[in-house]
Design a protein around this ligand. Structure first.
Ligand code: NAP
Length: 257
């Protein structure tokens, strides 16, 4: 039996849409039971029911706002329930912020940092002891290609998540817990619409599908890779990006709102 065949439970944050919903579909397709986390209860419950029906797995809806302490506490409680171990954690919930740093409200900026850094840190901490005790587990942190270039607070937060994942994979991989940062480039999801961005300004060749991002991310996670960058074009950017001169990389992107 390969690790892919063994039935375990996966908890996915941001599972109601986009990349998180695709993680839910592909992990259900591999026979894993699921815990789905996001804010929209009705949407989560429908997704859970559909996945149960389609794949014959068990899917729990766990509605929680991860920028709220009570929401995080509910997810931590589920992750530390030893009677129902979680073997795969996908830290995926996230969102963009369209304005310039100095114009955004500090509360929006702080919420972004919580969602992209503090929440993955807390959920990883919660799930890790059980995984180490069992000698197995996988943690997937959805970062971004933006982690490889200094372009605003979003990319700074994703750079933290990338570095955290690299370190954690090196520290815990030999004890059976694999940690992978999945670093997508532009991907068709609800992310850009939620920000009010016009996607037509970006050439079609730059766009990935969530299906590909997740398929490659899950394969790299099974192989124990610390970093997964889907597609050759974005793999090349991950190599070149850190070498580009700062003035080029930090140049202000055109306003799209
Ligand atoms: P999406 O389609 O907008 O989905 C975002 C998910 O996160 C939804 O399920 C949303 O559900 C959930 N979410 C947002 N805020 C939340 C909160 N406070 N608490 C709990 N759940 C919350 O976006 P996506 O593109 O799939 O984004 C997933 C991840 O990929 C993010 O971390 C993003 O930074 C990263 N990423 C995306 C792209 C891209 O081009 N799309 C590129 C690189 C990286 P509710 O609204 O119901 O809470």
């Amino acid at each position: 039996m390969t690790p892919q065949d063994s039935r375990t439970t996966a908890l996915i944050t941001g599972a109601s849409a986009g990349i998180g919903a695709e993680f839910a579909r592909q992990l259900a397709g591999q026979g894993h039971d699921l815990v789905l986390v996001a804010r929209d209860r009705a949407r989560l419950e429908k997704a859970a029911a559909d996945l149960e029906q389609q794949y014959g797995i068990t899917a729990e809806a766990l509605p929680a706002d991860l920028t709220d302490d009570a929401g995080v506490a509910a997810v931590v409680a589920r992750l530390t329930d030893d009677a129902r171990p979680v073997e795969i954690l996908v830290n995926n919930a996230g969102r963009g912020l369209v304005g310039d740093f100095e114009e955004n409200s500090i509360s929006d900026e702080k919420q972004g940092l919580v969602l992209h850094c503090q929440v993955p840190l807390e959920l990883t901490h919660a799930v890790l002891r059980g995984m180490l005790a069992r000698g197995s587990g996988r943690i997937i942190n959805v970062a971004s290609i933006a982690a490889f270039m200094p372009r605003g607070t979003y990319s700074a937060a994703k750079a933290w998540l990338l570095s955290f994942s690299r370190w954690a994979n090196a520290a815990y991989g030999k004890r059976g817990v694999k940690v992978t940062a999945v670093c997508p480039g532009l991907t068709h999801t609800e992310f850009h619409e939620r920000m009010g961005m016009d996607k037509s300004v970006t050439p079609p060749w730059m766009w990935l599908t969530a299906e590909r991002v997740v398929r490659e991310g899950l394969a790299d996670s099974l192989r124990g890779r610390a970093v997964s960058v889907p597609s050759r074009r974005y793999k090349a950017l991950a190599v070149v990006g850190p070498l580009l001169p700062g003035r080029l990389v930090t140049r202000r992107a055109p306003r799209v709102k």
